[in-house]
Write a protein that binds this ligand. Sequence first.
Ligand SMILES: Nc1ncnc2c1ncn2[C@@H]1O[C@H](COP(=O)(O)OP(=O)(O)O)[C@@H](O)[C@H]1O
Ligand SMILES: [Mg+2]
Length: 307
Amino acid sequence: MAGRGMAREIEPAISARGVIKSFGRQRVLDSLTVDIPYGVTYCLLGPNGSGKTTFIRAIVRLLHLDGGEMSVLGRPVSEVDEIYSQIGYMTQHKALYPDLTVQENMEFYAGLYGLKKQQRVARLEELLEMVDLSEHSGRLAGALSGGMYQRLSLACTLIHEPELLLLDEPTVGVDPRLRQTFWEYFGRLTQEGKTVLITTHLMDEAEKCQRVGYMRAGRMAAEGTPEEILRQAGLRPILKLWLAEPERDAVLLRAEGYEIDVVGGVVQVRLESHARIKEVLAAVSPLDMRLAEPKLEEAFLRLSEAA
Ligand SMILES: Nc1ncnc2c1ncn2[C@@H]1O[C@H](COP(=O)(O)OP(=O)(O)O)[C@@H](O)[C@H]1O
Ligand SMILES: [Mg+2]
């Protein structure tokens, strides 16, 4: 156990080094290298077919790699089946029993993971509430709407309090209010030191993650914190200033080394960082102002074009 504690400090939760996987002649993971640290929500983004699901399946060894190395929770991936009880995997496809009720599906998973009766009752109740299914616990899984089904899948994935969560498009069909609840819950899990790897198509979800990996054709086209990715793409926040004398102040700000555009009488300052806002406001006194944050979507577009 002491060994695992050590591993936790020096190793990431998941580490992939030059991972290769081909189906026939198609190389789906193409020397993929990435570290996913402990205790973060990590978002895997990328167009359809870029290899996200394949990567997740490789982590739990549902497929064997053609090359490269991978470790999961401090173990070589070849031993990952020994730590399945520490992993929760929600697949992109339907994995519940349609002819069992909501409650029965959850009890099945609780039993599978060896939860004791008393533990089980409290855990089921808590999770049913989190996914807002308490009132539907008697419904057959096969009769649930798409969003409800996703919610039940998530609850079943979480039942054994896994250290590492692998969630493949968990919020598809889930309404925005409940998506918010999910994200808050993921935040709580990471605060407890758990690691959440999540794939999504939704940019606003990516912006909520501590780290983001943007996959293209089986490798990372961009990787890092959302801020780092914006910087890699050369995107910066823009401070728009409405000034009494825009031309004069533009000259003044340029002289201080700021990158300035004047668009329709509005002075736009490209900021190195948010910390510069204070300095700009010490130099000029705007009548009004607005901060335009760059969008991750724009960053990915730029990085895709450059790749
Ligand atoms: N078992 C398989 N056999 C053959 N091709 C596969 C298999 N699994 C995935 N692929 C192919 O690999 C590519 C990547 O798929 P996938 O990892 O599911 O991408 P994503 O999850 O990013 O949409 C796709 O072109 C897909 O058709
Ligand atoms: Mg997929």
